[in-house]
Ligand binder design. Structure first.
Ligand code: TXA
Ligand code: MG
Length: 337
């Protein structure tokens, strides 16, 4: 199959493909999504095949506004309150689903995850397609999510009908997933809308913790994600101690095969060929935006092991650390002082 590249000026053609049950990747404010008509089960099945995604991992359904949600889910007061403040934006809400949503879309669950993206191309595409669009991140399962059309091509060329190129996505990390179907609202995946921001409107909200042996509420959380081909180690501790630890690691290895994910504060100090500048510790949005592109960069090099500096903090730092932890499979080196 030839994968057509669309610009924002020919969304009509892209929307026609969605209507016909084909797959079209498109930009959102977080990462690129792999879109299909959410109410067409054959189309949604193609998404799972294209990604190599386990069937029990449900998709997020994208809508053009809060009023479209009543067609596909049972809404509550919290939903309208949060939609009013955070939509369009990087907040996905999980609600009890209505029967029109096929089981494939919701991974067999009786709930459905819904969000309204803050991206004009995405909103226009949903509008022209005349149907909610189911879209997981447009990467092959397990790979870092795409933040540029080119990343989508790397994973999906020849496999999907089209890609709308909208340049770099702004935020760079996937949306916050909030479960509103439970007694106590829980964040299942941290993202751009943070716990602190949600607490202002929903004081009882908490971060979900997965206890061993307990059923995972967000099936996506049990799979390894975002993994680069090289081994990734996170280096934790005081920033200066992280620097010293990574320098020590580089000394004992063939430096051509060592990659470093560095903050701009220390970037120049690492004597390796393959390193990426994540951005400044003073600007965490920059680090979030660069994270997935950086992980992908190393896949095009001979690097065998990557050391990543880590950051502390609340807000978006929680999402950055969550994605780094999952990309590393939990391999952390604690740098002493
Ligand atoms: O920013 C985003 O959310 C991007 C863009 C394209 O919108 N999409 C995205 O989709 O990250 P995906 O499929 O890569 O991640 C969806 C997450 C998974 O962790 C999945 O398990 C969870 O949402 N999810 C979906 N439906 C759910 C449901 N009914 N209950 C609990 N978790 C659900
Ligand atoms: Mg994903």
């Amino acid at each position: 199959m030839e994968t057509k590249i669309f610009s924002k000026n020919n969304l009509k053609e892209a929307a026609e493909l969605i209507k016909k049950g084909q797959l079209v990747a498109f930009p959102t404010e977080t990462v690129y999504g792999l879109g299909a008509d959410a109410l067409n089960k054959e189309a949604v099945l193609k998404v799972f095949l294209a990604k190599g995604r386990p069937a029990d991992n449900p998709l997020i359904v994208h809508v053009k506004g809060a009023f479209d949600v009543e067609e596909i889910a049972y809404v509550n007061q919290e939903f309208y309150l949060l939609a009013k403040h955070f939509w369009p934006g990087p907040l996905t809400m999980v609600l009890p689903k209505k029967a029109v949503v096929p089981e494939v879309t919701s991974g067999g669950l009786d709930t459905v995850a819904i969000r309204c993206p803050q991206n004009d191309i995405a909103l226009e595409l949903i509008s022209l397609a005349g149907t909610p669009i189911a879209a997981p991140s447009a990467n092959r399962s397990g790979r870092p999510s795409p933040t540029e059309a080119n990343h989508v091509l790397q994973d999906m060329q020849g496999i999907i009908a089209g890609i709308v190129d909208g340049g770099h996505t702004g935020i760079g990390l996937e949306s916050t997933v909030l479960d509103l179907s439970a007694q106590t609202p829980e964040i299942l995946r941290p993202g751009g809308v943070t716990l602190e921001m949600l607490k202002e409107f929903l004081p009882s909200v908490r971060q979900a913790v997965i206890k061993p042996g307990e059923k995972v509420k967000s099936p996506g959380l049990k799979y390894r994600h975002y993994a680069p081909k090289a081994l990734l180690y996170l280096v934790a501790g005081e920033p200066e101690a992280q620097l010293r630890e990574i320098l020590k690691q580089i000394e004992t290895k063939n430096s051509a095969q060592v990659g470093v994910m560095a903050t701009s504060e220390f970037f120049d100090l690492y004597p390796v060929v393959h390193k990426v500048n994540l951005g400044s510790r003073q600007n965490l949005s920059e680090i979030a935006a660069n994270l997935y592109g950086s992980l992908r960069y190393f896949d095009s090099t001979e690097v065998k092991v990557i050391f990543a500096e880590t950051i502390f903090g609340e807000g978006i730092a929680v999402a950055i650390n969550d994605r780094l932890q999952r990309a590393s499979g939990g391999q952390i080196i604690f740098a002493g002082n």
